[in-house]
Ligand binder design. Structure first.
Ligand SMILES: *Cc1c(COP(=O)(O)O)cnc(C)c1O
Length: 391
């Protein structure tokens, strides 16, 4: 099939929920992807921060193939070695002791909210304006952006929003019925927004003083993306619960709720479940993916390459007035432009570079963490010619 045929079939047979680019991808290797016509692109989006180890990493591929031959799925009413091994590995690399497995980021956040409500006996969740937590009914409610909720009312009760970065606002909003504060350590979809210095630490203290749990949604920031294994390491703050998904499975769908033992033990048999959650295939993929992140020192690589990338982007900021801001951490980088940036994304794609535009005017760069310097040079070079023409 060629791209046009695929687009026609999609229009006919697939629900039109995505504003897709006119591009059909056939394969990927590392930081490069091929379209149906054989043209290559440097992938600076990595499946929305999913392919942290790069496309089809040999170690992840091998783990998936071997596991698929042994067993793909069995119910959670039985034990599997793959699931306990992954949970143990997560306890070693994260600030937490125990894990619950599901299949996506939204589902992980749902699980975290249930756990916080069960543990505290309270109902209210404080979330942030401009946040993004997924597309289930409760998570579009938790999400602090109107566009994701419109047309899907009634929304779930129990969520209040405060401005991101405003500690006073949280303090004023906490009541006797507050269960948790839910926050992305760096807002992703909202436009790569880094919180003010000290904010997350103060938030943790405030939560502790009020017996409120702090939930970090690390669905996008997790697994080396920000230059540390988790953004909680970057900010030196240990939340009570962390949710993960995106990069966890190296491209294979899997999500998780991670918590300290005291909190985790509020869940009793029957309280929560997911049919596919933590099945042997997903767990084998995730274990291989995390091992690769450790063995290849990818958090450090993200830090170093991120600094280089950000340096190059800041050079362009100096040259071109339409660049308002360059921000982020590690290889989670946003470049704010003073115009809608969808045309920039299209032109970059025509020139073999895949980037994303979020929040209307923020170019978002989320490449695989093992992207090399030469590839970053190509990306910034393409971007420079575009910015030069626009200026
Ligand atoms: C992508 C994302 C989600 C939702 O993940 P899904 O797997 O699409 O449900 C939740 N939170 C954050 C911070 C995300 O970036």
């Amino acid at each position: 099939m060629n791209t046009e045929e695929i687009m026609a079939l999609d229009k006919e047979y697939v629900m039109q929920t995505y504003g897709r680019y006119p591009l059909a991808l056939a394969k990927g290797q590392g930081s490069v992807v091929w379209d149906m016509e054989g043209k290559t692109y440097i992938d600076c989006f990595a499946g929305i921060a999913v392919n942290n180890v790069g496309h089809s990493h040999p170690k992840v591929v091998e783990a998936i193939c071997n596991q698929a031959k042994r067993m793909i799925h069995c119910s959670n009413i039985y034990y599997t070695q793959e699931q306990v091994e992954l949970a143990k590995l997560l306890s070693e690399v994260s600030p937490h002791d125990k894990a619950f497995f599901c299949n996506s980021g939204a589902e992980a956040n749902e699980g975290a909210v249930k756990l916080a409500r069960k543990f505290t006996g309270n109902g209210e969740i404080i979330a942030m304006e401009n946040s993004f937590h997924g597309r289930t009914l409760a998570m579009i409610t938790a999400t602090g952006q109107h566009k994701y909720k419109k047309g899907f009312e009634p929304l779930s009760p129990g969520f209040t929003h405060v401005p991101f970065g405003d500690i006073e606002a949280v303090s004023e909003t906490i009541t006797d019925d507050t269960a948790a504060v839910l926050v992305e350590p760096i807002q992703g979809e909202g436009g790569v927004i880094v919180p003010p210095e000290g904010y997350l630490k103060e938030l943790k203290e405030l939560c502790d003083e009020n017996d409120v749990l702090l939930i970090f949604d690390e669905v996008q920031t997790g697994f080396g993306r920000t230059g540390e294994m988790f953004a909680s390491d970057l900010f030196g703050v240990t939340p009570d619960i962390t949710t993960v998904a995106k990069a966890l499975g190296g491209g294979f769908p899997i999500g998780g709720v991670l918590a300290q033992e005291e909190v985790a033990d509020a869940f009793e048999p029957g309280d929560h479940a997911a049919t596919f959650g933590g099945n042997p295939l997903a767990c084998a993929a995730a274990k291989a993916s995390i091992e690769t992140i450790i063995e290849e020192n990818l958090p450090l690589k993200a830090k170093e390459m991120g600094e280089y990338f950000m340096y190059k982007l800041n050079e362009q900021k100096k040259l071109y007035g339409i660049v308002e801001d360059v921000r982020g951490a590690g290889l989670m980088i946003g470049m704010e432009i003073d115009i809608d940036c969808s045309d920039i994304v299209t032109t970059a794609r025509d020139q073999g570079v895949l980037i994303n535009c979020t929040a209307g005017n923020v170019l978002r760069f989320l490449p695989p963490l093992n992207i090399d310097k030469g590839q970053i040079d190509t990306v910034t070079c393409v971007l420079e010619t575009i910015l030069e023409k626009l200026s």
